[in-house]
Design a protein around this ligand. Structure first.
Ligand code: NAD
Ligand code: G6P
Ligand code: MN
Length: 447
């Protein structure tokens, strides 16, 4: 690319996220194709953000002193004069993720960050937090775009579609990208970008229907053969490092069973929670769920390293790595800033792309992204199997947003009762009542 690229001003909302340092390193790594003039961190928890922000200040002073830097909890300072908001907030933080995972388990139901009752509870917390960010952005930088990957992305996307229909917000997920990187390894390709994919579904609820290389060769047969044996685990190639968290390895392996349900497509790993919820619950330790694993693992590692950098006053020898998997965020920002027409999976209003599906549903499909935003690619008609599953799940997501808007206990109970993961309306009510109590500082009061 030419040297005349206009440098961008970016605020990372959720500055205290465990993902912030590696995303900053990733942005620096991509500075040639996405030059940056200003970088700001914004969070509503000053103590948590400071741990990350102090280390980022040292990293930037050593590696990119020309970038203007600010970490703040003041929305006006944070959102003034910016081109992009990169949003990854977690309303309620890990303490509430732990509740989302542990409350359902008391009733024998799997508790998960974005799926089933845990995802619904998290959605009820996230909607207000993300809308607040959109409103700050529009007040202080009306031309900016928000690239949102705060979860649960499906519910957040439905909320922004319904409540901020004209806002410049794009919702994106890294799971298909992560799985495509695994596919590329299986195929012996350098990069996932050597593949052209067709994919459709809802966020954390979708299927690949077609994968070709740039010469037009069909890559599906080889992938199907591998995935039918190993799922998305790379153990079949001897390439999955032992230090991968065991819960993720289980998920990668389990895709082999999910695949059997529809051997014409390749499934997103999250479908395991919908097809095998009992097994997922049985395999959970009710005293040590994924939130505990993350707090003991990623949070400890990243924050420990940030504190070490701050103490040593240098990041020259840091173990923090470039979050290469997060480079899709740069791809997306670049597509908007410089009209690159990159093809990417985004969560967008269906609007006819899946011909036989609700036009108002937020679906995850390939789009061509340019300065005017995404142009979704039509996916045609989908089979009854996927259509039925998606209709049930989209009803859950829409009911949650309606429940939040109308402060409706009835609709939220309906959302719980409609979720494929929850066995019956009685269990739905028990979990809901427990979650109302746990979330009283975050949810609207329901009546
Ligand atoms: P984290 O708890 O470490 O960080 C989240 C930060 O958000 C915290 O510092 C918290 O104080 C802050 N925050 C909470 N509410 C806020 C508000 N209203 N305004 C401003 N800041 C607020 O969480 P994490 O594990 O690093 O994940 C961050 C987010 O990214 C989560 O929502 C996670 O689900 C999401 N995520 C999404 C994808 C994807 O595929 N879409 C991938 C990875 C992570
Ligand atoms: C994937 C998903 C995200 C999710 C994350 C959970 O990246 O796409 O939406 O937040 O996994 O990872 P964690 O390590 O926090 O359990
Ligand atoms: Mn995701």
């Amino acid at each position: 690319m030419s040297k005349e690229l206009k440098p961008q001003s970016i605020v990372i909302a959720g500055g205290g996220s465990t993902f912030t340092p590696e995303i900053i390193l990733m942005l620096l790594d991509n500075a040639e194709t996405l030059p940056i003039r200003t970088l700001k961190l914004y969070d509503n928890d000053p103590e948590r953000q400071k741990i990350v922000a102090d280390a980022v200040e040292i990293i930037l002073s050593e590696r990119a002193p020309h970038i203007e830097y600010l970490a703040t909890t003041d929305p006006k300072e944070a959102f003034t004069d910016i081109d992009f908001v990169m949003a990854h907030i977690r309303v309620g933080k890990y303490a509430m993720r732990e509740q989302d995972e542990k409350i359902p388990l008391k009733y024998g139901v799997i508790g998960q960050e974005t799926c089933g009752p845990g995802g619904i509870a998290y959605g009820m917390r996230s909607i207000g937090g993300v809308l607040e960010l959109v409103d700050y952005m529009e007040r202080y930088s009306p031309d900016a775009w928000m690239l949102n990957y705060s979860n649960p992305a499906a519910i957040v996307a439905e909320a922004t579609r319904k409540l901020r229909p004209n806002s410049k917000i794009l919702n994106i997920c890294d799971m298909p990208i992560g799985l495509e990187s695994r596919m590329a390894k299986v195929l012996g390709l350098e990069s996932r970008k050597e593949m052209d994919v067709r994919y459709y579904g809802l966020n954390h609820f979708g299927w690949w229907t077609d994968i070709h290389d740039k010469n037009g060769n069909d890559l599906m047969p080889k992938l199907k053969e591998y995935i039918s044996k190993h799922g998305f685990s790379l153990e079949g190639l001897g390439k999955d490092p032992k230090e991968n968290d065991p819960s993720w390895m289980d998920t990668y392996r389990k895709a082999k069973d999910v695949y059997q349900l529809d051997p014409y497509t390749l499934p997103n790993t999250y479908l395991k929670y919908y097809f095998f919820p009992d097994e997922a619950a049985e395999h959970s330790d009710p005293n040590f769920t994924r939130a505990n694993e993350v707090m003991a693992g990623r949070e400890k590692r990243v924050f420990g390293e940030c504190m070490r950098i701050t103490e040593m006053k240098t990041a020259k020898d840091t173990k923090l790595e470039v979050g290469a998997h997060a480079s899709y965020i740069v791809d997306l920002a670049r597509a908007i800033a410089y009209n690159s027409h990159e093809r990417m999976l985004l969560i967008v209003p269906n609007n006819g792309s899946i011909v036989n599906f609700d036009p108002t549903a937020m679906v995850e499909i390939p789009c061509i992204v340019g300065s005017n935003g995404p142009e979704p690619l039509t996916q045609g008609e989908i089979p009854r199997f996927q259509k039925g599953l998606m209709e049930q799940q989209v009803a859950v997501e829409k009911l949650v947003v309606e429940a939040w808007v109308e402060k409706s206990y009835q609709k939220l109970w309906q959302a719980f009762a409609t979720s494929k993961i929850i066995p019956n309306a009685k269990v739905a009510k028990d979990i809901l009542d427990n979650m109302i109590e746990a979330n009283k500082d975050f949810w609207p009061e329901l009546h």
